[in-house]
Structure formats: structure tokens, C-alpha cells
Write a protein that binds this ligand. Structure first.
Ligand code: DON
Length: 314
């Protein structure tokens, strides 16, 4: 028996776990929760869609259900903009914290008492600061995120969804309020309108579970990209995973850690990217959300996966 045979056996076993989860959780997708409608262009998505992909650190990706259907990645993009902002060794930490907020992802309430410094990079306020920094570092924050996603997934067809970006901008009062408020504390380096535009477009990127699982592999590879070059040093990769664990599911981050036991990042498009450091990444998509903005079937599926396989950081 060769190493390939052993690997093929492992892949077959993993695929049978995914199928078991798809059979169990897939039929319930959409039964509980609601599709995000505060961004009107997202409201028409089928709430019963369900896809699940696993990407190994060797780059092989397996999946079930709607795992090759593109969806709006929304806040999952925040992981990639943070990685790019930290990639050059830049320190953001005077401008954004790394504590869970315990508040909704678009909340304004803590900023006033905390000098315009957002609690962490994954709530909207924090992501706006990261986008602002990336804009300063690259001149094109949304383009840098798109380029990274295309390169790491190996899919050059991944793109922005202009309809979603415009729809969010048209209803962007809350994010605009957050950005103006932080600007009043001197915590933005670029004009508010520009930061918002890059943020909305970055959130609008559409891609599949297959591509998102593959694109996130540098987090499972302790910072190494698919071509073997280093995007992040080990410490920065560890830190991003840590913040995903403590803040990636907003005011339900504790519940997510309790049930799933992995670093994860959700988005209101219904996607969740999770990382098993040293082993694999997981991406699940199902658009019906709980009241915190996390995919109901997505969290169920990840919970089942770590329970069935024992693959968790704990
Ligand atoms: O800024 C927003 O409201 C959206 N573009 C992203 C929010 C999001 O995905 C939060 N996720 N659970």
C-alpha cells in the first residue's frame, strides 16, 4: 500500500463523514432562521441551500451539497483583509483591540466609551479600521483581498458582486455612522467614503465553499501560502486563529467555541470558514441565520463534524 493509498483512504473516510452530515443537517437547512434582508440583494437567496467543503493542507478539497455554488462571503472577507494588513509585520493593535465584544456585529455602543477603538477586527467597526489600514498599505484594499482569494483558491474567476456591493452601500447608514464616529477620534487614515466603498466591495465577493476552504488554507498551514511562500509568520497566523476563536461569531462566539471547538468566521451570506490548525480548513454555507447573524445549519454541521471526527483544537 502506498502513501497515496493511505491518503485516498483518509479522504474517502472524510467524504463519508461529510455525506452523513449533509444527510442529517442538509434537509433541515432553512427550516430555522432567516436569510439576511438588511442588505436587499441578499434577501433572494434560497434559505434551503447547503454546502460543505473540507480542504486538506495538501490542497485537496472535498465537498458535498452546494459546495461549488458561489455565495456572498460578507464578513468572512474580514479574515483575509486582516491577514493582508498584518502580512508585512504591520502592527494594528494600537487602533483595534482583540477582545470579544459581546455585542451585535454592527453595534456602536462600545466605541464612545473606548475612545473610538473597536473591540476586535471582526466586528464591523474593527473591520473598517483594518480596511482603512490596508488601503493605506496597498492603495487598493478591495483589490488586494480579491487577488489573495483568487490566488489561494486557484480560481481566477472569483469576483465582486456589484449588485450586492451597491445594495449594501444604499443601506449603509450604520457602517457609515461607525466610520464617521471613529474618524472623529482620529482612528481612520483615509476619507470615510473611500474606506466604506472598499469595505462594501470586499464584503460583496462571491465564491463557493470549495474556493473559500482552499483560500483559507494558509491559516491551517501556520501562515504558508499554496505556493510555499510565507504570507504570515507563525505568530501572526496563530493570532488570527485565536481571534477567530474568540470573536469570529460575534456575540455568539462563546456558543460557537462551545459547540464547534475551532477558530471560525461567519458572514451574513450564511458562510462560515473554520480552521483545524496543521490539518485542514472547513467551509460550510447555508443562508438562514440565527439572531446573531450566524448560519443555523452551518453551525450545526460544524458541530457534527468536530464531534464525529474529533478534529478540534481541544
Ligand atoms: O457590514 C455588514 O453589515 C456586512 N457587509 C457584513 C456583516 C456580516 O457578515 C456579519 N456577519 N455575521
Amino acid at each position: 500500500m502506498t502513501i497515496e493509498d493511505v491518503a485516498a483512504g483518509a479522504a474517502r473516510r472524510l467524504l463519508s463523514v461529510l455525506r452523513e452530515i449533509a444527510d442529517e443537517v442538509g434537509p433541515r437547512a432553512g427550516a430555522v432562521g432567516r436569510v439576511a434582508d438588511y442588505i436587499p440583494a441578499l434577501s433572494g437567496v434560497d434559505p434551503a441551500a447547503f454546502g460543505f467543503a473540507v480542504a486538506g493542507v495538501d490542497g485537496e478539497v472535498l465537498g458535498v451539497g452546494d459546495w461549488e455554488v458561489p455565495f456572498s462571503i460578507q464578513s468572512v472577507s474580514k479574515v483575509f483583509s486582516l491577514a493582508l494588513a498584518l502580512a508585512g509585520g504591520d502592527s494594528l493593535w494600537a487602533r483595534v483591540g482583540r477582545e470579544p465584544s459581546g455585542n451585535p456585529f454592527n453595534s456602536l455602543v462600545q466605541l464612545e466609551h473606548e475612545d473610538g477603538i473597536p473591540r476586535n477586527p471582526f466586528i464591523n467597526a474593527g473591520a473598517l479600521v483594518v480596511t482603512d489600514r490596508l488601503l493605506t498599505l496597498t492603495g487598493d484594499a478591495r483589490g488586494a483581498v480579491l487577488e489573495l482569494l483568487r490566488a489561494e483558491s486557484g480560481n481566477p474567476a472569483i469576483d465582486f458582486d456589484a449588485g450586492v456591493a451597491r445594495s449594501e452601500a444604499a443601506r449603509g447608514d450604520r457602517n457609515a455612522a461607525l466610520a464617521h464616529f471613529m474618524a472623529s477620534y482620529g482612528n481612520l487614515e483615509n476619507p470615510v467614503e473611500q474606506v466604506l466603498e472598499h469595505y462594501f466591495w470586499q464584503c460583496s465577493i462571491a465564491m463557493s465553499c470549495r474556493d473559500l476552504a482552499a483560500a483559507g488554507l494558509f491559516l491551517a498551514r501556520h501562515g504558508l501560502r499554496g505556493d510555499g511562500s510565507r504570507l504570515l509568520d507563525r505568530s501572526a497566523a496563530k493570532r488570527i486563529n485565536s481571534i477567530m476563536l474568540t470573536c469570529g461569531a460575534y456575540d455568539a462566539a462563546g456558543e460557537f467555541a462551545f459547540r464547534v471547538g475551532l477558530p471560525g468566521k461567519s458572514g451574513v451570506g450564511g458562510g462560515i470558514l473554520a480552521v483545524v490548525p496543521g490539518r485542514c480548513t472547513l467551509c460550510v454555507w447555508s443562508p438562514a441565520l440565527d439572531r446573531h447573524g450566524n448560519s443555523v445549519a452551518g453551525v450545526d454541521a460544524l458541530d457534527r463534524f468536530t464531534t464525529l471526527t474529533g478534529l478540534s483544537v481541544f
